[in-house]
Design a protein around this ligand. Structure first.
Ligand SMILES: *Cc1c(COP(=O)(O)O)cnc(C)c1O
Length: 356
């Protein structure tokens, strides 16, 4: 007899990670192309000698460092095995069967999957014609069953960012028992001064007695630790407490904890890299616009090419040029900004495409 599992999972598509193709340049997963910093590698190598021991399940040292840096009490910071697990925990902490999770679409691929697995209902609100979050439509889509709203800022994969005034207006329209989660996976690449720092924004909301704003950040992107899995949430204390209830013990491994702390020590160097990526983003977008592509302005470490029905064709064309991009069939392709020579290889492929 086959084991009886949940029938609804048969129909659920699996999360599709960016492809790794041997010999090709990978611009598919929004990773930072430059390798880890030597100081971080050294700290991890030293910590490896103690891997027979369980990690600190509370990540106390890392939490203290983050709390200090962000100017919040340690009770307002929760860590996770990448911020994607924190997305799941936040849904688990807020939703029972049939409750609704609202998010823009297209946005982060994990939102629909995690929502479904937890047993909550998805409400997807299409992005605008300009590929930005439609916050008015999102506010209008809130129902008495809504428990959580994801605001991906900047939005993956369209790269657009919500500005302070817009976010302020939006949050004012959300009932204060509905959690607004500002997912800032790409925060370090933002150079528009009107885009809020989510934690500072949340603090002003908390000070007004609105505890329903939480922020997610990760060490996977700007800090270059995608392979080690560590991210964190900053939220009001009651929200952090419930997050801890749905935490799988020891989820953040000891090497990830050490690497995150070493990365905070090397923050200046890492942020310098981010600035170089931001400059490359401008160069790549400018070149693409010059080739006739439609490219929304991006505040992240990738650009979005809304190619619609031609997306898969473009994807195959790039693969033939040994560049792996991330295609979302029928919608568009997301291309990570890599090192200058990698970006040049992609631009050469894009040029060949527009010349055909
Ligand atoms: C990459 C990403 C994350 C988190 O990644 P982790 O590696 O799990 O920390 C979260 N949100 C968005 C929008 C992302 O693109």
């Amino acid at each position: 007899m086959t084991v009886r599992t949940r029938a609804d999972l048969d129909a659920l598509p699996s999360y599709v990670p960016g492809k790794t193709v041997p010999g090709a340049i990978k611009l598919a997963s929004n990773e930072v192309s430059a390798g880890p910093l030597p100081s971080v590698v050294r700290a991890v190598a030293e910590a490896a000698t103690a891997m027979n021991r369980y990690p600190d399940t509370g990540c106390a040292e890392l939490v203290d460092r983050l709390a200090d840096r962000l100017g919040v009490p340690a009770g307002q910071v929760a860590t996770g095995s990448g911020s994607v697990t924190l997305c799941q925990q936040l849904i688990q902490a807020t939703c029972a069967d049939g409750d609704e999770v609202l998010f823009p679409w297209r946005s982060f691929e994990a939102y629909p999957l995690l929502t479904h697995v937890v047993g909550a209902a998805q409400v997807r609100v299409p992005v605008t014609a300009g590929h930005a979050l439609d916050l008015d439509a999102m506010a209008a889509a809130i129902t008495p069953r809504t428990r959580l709203v994801f605001v991906c800022n900047p939005n993956n994969p369209t790269g657009t960012a919500v500005r302070s005034g817009e976010l302020e207006e939006f949050v004012a329209k959300v009932p204060d028992d509905v959690l607004v989660v500002v997912d800032e996976a790409y925060k370090e690449f933002v150079d528009d001064p009107h885009v809020p720092d989510g934690v500072e924004f949340a603090k002003t909301q908390w000070a007004r007695g609105r505890e329903n704003v939480a922020v997610l950040r990760t060490f996977s992107k700007a800090y270059g630790l995608a392979g080690l899995r560590v991210g964190y949430a900053v939220a009001s204390e009651p929200v952090v407490e419930t997050l801890r209830k749905v935490y799988v013990p020891f989820a953040v491994n000891s090497l990830a904890q050490v690497a995150a702390i070493a990365s905070l020590d090397a923050e200046d160097e890492l942020m310098e890299r981010c600035r170089a990526i931001v400059a490359e983003r401008g160069r790549v977008r400018g070149a693409l616009l010059g080739l006739g592509f439609d490219v929304p302005e991006s505040q992240a470490n990738f650009v979005w090419l809304p190619l619609g029905e031609r997306t898969l064709e473009f994807n195959d064309h790039c693969l033939a040029h040994k560049v792996v991009v991330r295609a979302f069939a029928g919608d568009g392709a997301r291309v990570t900004i890599g090192e200058p020579d990698e970006n040049d290889a992609f631009l050469a492929a894009a040029e060949a495409w527009s010349a055909q």
